[in-house]
Structure formats: structure tokens, C-alpha cells
Design a protein around this ligand. Structure first.
Ligand code: HEM
Length: 405
């Protein structure tokens, strides 16, 4: 009766938001034959799957979805083992350790990148900043050599492409598998060296940590780093481009942010709601589940559409409007598990890097605004998002009035 375009169609890739709306209205539980998955699009259903109070939505699917490229990460784990391993990195991404130890790292990395273009009056914000800054910060936190930045970026891009390979394109699969091999060849020797000569970095913490009196294997430490680079790189990268694209498209809100830098956090939170970098996340049912008037059998793959949930009119007023001042998105809790938007998921796998992402974006964008008065899009450039699994701006050429030396 209602034609809802397919999530693999070019129409969807170009602009998924009208398709999401049609799904929420007509097929809130959709069987998707090509990927053999059940698709959830309403805020209440996606939120329920993430919170998983009933133990029905597992991450067992990551066993086949990400294990082949990353190895065994905290995403696949549950229960005590998950909690203990997650706790190894969590302190570095929040509170005192973030402020005292890593805020200087964030500032230094932003400065290094901005200094490369600040006197020129023109740059591509995605190429010169967004794709480099988050991955450089994590590499520094882990104590890896940033000169290898280009490799890290290539690796995490192919890992993320592997995850989003809904059609099973063999080239994408092969590139992901190559990445697993290359990353292991790169990192395993570093891990062995770090075990002998530990330093004050996150990789040393992972190497030395004992879980129930046992250290993590080299393979598991490698998998953890691989996850951190991909989860912290691809996502924050996309978010930074999108914050600028939305602010440049809304001059009054942009002027307000320029005037009051404490609004950057709101702009970031609203960007995460409006165009979440991770558009969909998969789960696997542990038993039969009834949702939005239908049932999903046990052991089924479920695609949770974050990009749709965040535009659900049942949750947000005027959901298709970008409004950093909206009162139904609480900017103070937007980076915690109390967030209403689902860009960081919720529940036990809630993004452990959410506060790091906020610190990076607030610091990085504040410094960019200082360095780029009169920021505007390059003449004739029309920003356009791309991507189905993750989504963001492949380019954002801008001009500005350079501050003279
Ligand atoms: C988990 C999104 C930044 C590290 C997640 C999940 C989402 C997400 C949706 C949940 C995955 C699932 O439940 O299956 C984002 C977004 C970010 C961001 C949108 C930026 C805007 C970061 C950063 C780091 C990071 C900066 C740290 C380097 C992780 C890790 C997990 C995770 C390790 C797994 C947590 C667990 O399984 O317990 N992220 N993330 N993320 N994120 Fe982020």
C-alpha cells in the first residue's frame, strides 16, 4: 500500500530523512530482505533496543560483523567482562584525567592543524581539520606515532566501510580484511615493546591492566586500539564537518555561537540529533520480541535507525529543523547516558568516548572560530552529506579573513 524506498536505494543515500519518516509512519517494523534484517525506525523502539532492560537485544551480531576486522572488542562483550574492560579506558575520557592530562593534548593537536592554514584565508575544513584532528588526538593518547596519521585514517575508513557493507561488496570486504592484517603487523610489535617499556599512555595502561589477575592478550589489546581509532576517529570527524555545515546554513545561530562560545556544546548536541554521524547500529535478538505491532523472531538481526529515531516527531517538536536553542534537547545531559538523542546509543554500550568527543569539539571549534573570522563557504560550494551507515560531509571548502601574524 505505501511505497517506502529501500535503504539500499540511491534515493535513500542521497537523503535518508524522508525515507525514515515514511518508515516511522507506515512500516515501523520492516523486514528487509536484501540484508535479511528487521529494521526499527521509531525513537521508542530504538531506545528500547539500546537500553535493553529485558536482555533481548544483544551485540552477538558483532561476532560476525566486526570481529573479522577489529578482533574481539568490548562491543561484543557483556556482563562483568565488558564492564571491567570498559573501565580500563573510561577514566581517560572523563573528569580529572581528561582535563589535566588530555586537554593539553587536544589543544596542541588543534593548534598544529590550524597553524598549517590559518594565514591562508582558505581551506577545506574536512580535509585539513576534521579528518585529522580526532584520530591524531587518539593516536597521541595511545602514544602512537602521529606521522602514521594517513595510514590510521585509511585503516579506520576501510574498517568503517566494512561495517557498513550492507550489500556485501567483495572489494570492501577484502579491504577490511587487509586492514586487519596491516594493523596487526603495525601494532603487535609496538605492543610487545610497550610491555617491556611502559609509559604514561593509554596503550601502556591496556598492556599492563589485569582482569581477574590475567593480562589482556596482545591480540585483545590490538583489537581495543583498533576500535578506539575507528570509533573515535570516523565519528568525531563526521560530526565536526556537520556542525560547521549546519551553522554556515543558519547564520543567526552561527552569530550566536560566535558571540557566546559556551553555545558550541549546544550546537554539537543538536548536530548529533539532527544528523548523527552513525546512522544505524545493529543488534541481535536473544528471544522473540514484540515491537510496534509486530514480532521479531529469536536470533534475528535488527537494524536500529538512529538517524530516524532522532527525527521522530513523537520525541522532538519540529524534528526536521536544526535549532540549537530547542528546549526538548537538554545540552547538559546530551553527552551522558541520560541523553534523549540516540547518537551515542544508550545502555551498557553507550559511547565511552562521548565526553572526549565533546572536549575535542568544544576546544577545536572554539580555536577554529578564533583563527577564522568572517568564516564563509567557498564561492558556489553547496555542502552535501554522503553515506548510509555513517554520514557526513566529504568536503567543506571555506574562506575567511586571516588574522595577520
Ligand atoms: C560506542 C557513537 C566518539 C569510543 C559508541 C556507540 C555509538 C557511538 C553509537 C554505540 C555502539 C553500539 O552500541 O553498538 C559515537 C559518536 C561519536 C563518538 C557519534 C562522536 C561524535 C567516540 C570517541 C571515542 C569513542 C571520541 C574514543 C576514542 C567508543 C567505544 C565504544 C563506543 C570504545 C564502545 C563502548 C562499549 O561497547 O561499551 N560510540 N562515538 N567514541 N564509542 Fe563512540
Amino acid at each position: 500500500p505505501h511505497h517506502v524506498p529501500d535503504i539500499l536505494s540511491p534515493e535513500f543515500a542521497e537523503n535518508p530523512y524522508p525515507v525514515y519518516r515514511a518508515m516511522r509512519e507506515h512500516t515501523p517494523l520492516l523486514w528487509h530482505e536484501a540484508t535479511r534484517s528487521h529494521v526499527l525506525s521509531r525513537h521508542e523502539d530504538v531506545e528500547r533496543a539500546f537500553k535493553d532492560k529485558e536482555g533481548l537485544f544483544t551485540t552477538d551480531n558483532y561476532g560476525w560483523q566486526i570481529e573479522p576486522v577489529h578482533g574481539r572488542t568490548i562491543l561484543q562483550l557483556s556482563g562483568r567482562e565488558h564492564a571491567v574492560r570498559r573501565a580500563l579506558v573510561a577514566p581517560a575520557f572523563r573528569g580529572d584525567e581528561l582535563r589535566e592530562k588530555f586537554l593539553p593534548v587536544i589543544e596542541r593537536n588543534a593548534r598544529e592543524l590550524i597553524d598549517a592554514f590559518r594565514y591562508t584565508g582558505a581551506t577545506d575544513l574536512v580535509d585539513s581539520f576534521a579528518t585529522r584532528f580526532p584520530v591524531n588526538v587518539i593516536a597521541d593518547m595511545l602514544g602512537l606515532d602521529k606521522a602514521d596519521h594517513a595510514r590510521f585514517h585509511r585503516w579506520y575508513s576501510s574498517v568503517v566501510a566494512y561495517l557498513g557493507n550492507l550489500t556485501g561488496d567483495p572489494e570492501v570486504t577484502a579491504a577490511g580484511e587487509r586492514t586487519r592484517v596491516e594493523f596487526a603487523e603495525y601494532l603487535l610489535p609496538v605492543i610487545r615493546e610497550r610491555r617491556r617499556n611502559p609509559g604514561d599512555d593509554l596503550l601502556s595502561t591496556l598492556c599492563l591492566a589485569e582482569v581477574d589477575g590475567v593480562r589482556m592478550s596482545d591480540e585483545d589489546v590490538k583489537a581495543f586500539c583498533s576500535l578506539l581509532l575507528a570509533a573515535g576517529g570516523e565519528t568525531t570527524d563526521k560530526a565536526i564537518g556537520s556542525v560547521f555545515a549546519h551553522l554556515l546554513a543558519h547564520p543567526e545561530q552561527f552569530a550566536a555561537v560566535r558571540e557566546d562560545r559556551s553555545l558550541i556544546g549546544r550546537a554539537f548536541a543538536e548536530t548529533l540529533r539532527y544528523t548523527p554521524p552513525v546512522q544505524m547500529i545493529m543488534r541481535q535478538t536473544a528471544a522473540e520480541v514484540t515491537v510496534s505491532g509486530g514480532t521479531i523472531p529469536a536470533g534475528a538481526t535488527v537494524i536500529c535507525l538512529i538517524g530516524s529515531a532522532n527525527r521522530d516527531a513523537a520525541r522532538y517538536r519540529d524534528p526536521d529543523t536544526f535549532d540549537i536553542f530547542r528546549d526538548d534537547l537538554d545540552a547538559d545531559t546530551a553527552f551522558s547516558a541520560a541523553a534523549g538523542h540516540l547518537a551515542f546509543a544508550l545502555g551498557r554500550h553507550f559511547c565511552v568516548g562521548a565526553l572526549l568527543a565533546r572536549a575535542e569539539v568544544e576546544t577545536g571549534i572554539g580555536m577554529l572560530l578564533d583563527a577564522m573570522p568572517g568564516l564563509r563557504l567557498a564561492d558556489g560550494f553547496v555542502p552535501a552529506e554522503q553515506g548510509v551507515f555513517t554520514r557526513g560531509h566529504p568536503a567543506l571548502p571555506v574562506r575567511f579573513d586571516p588574522v595577520t601574524r
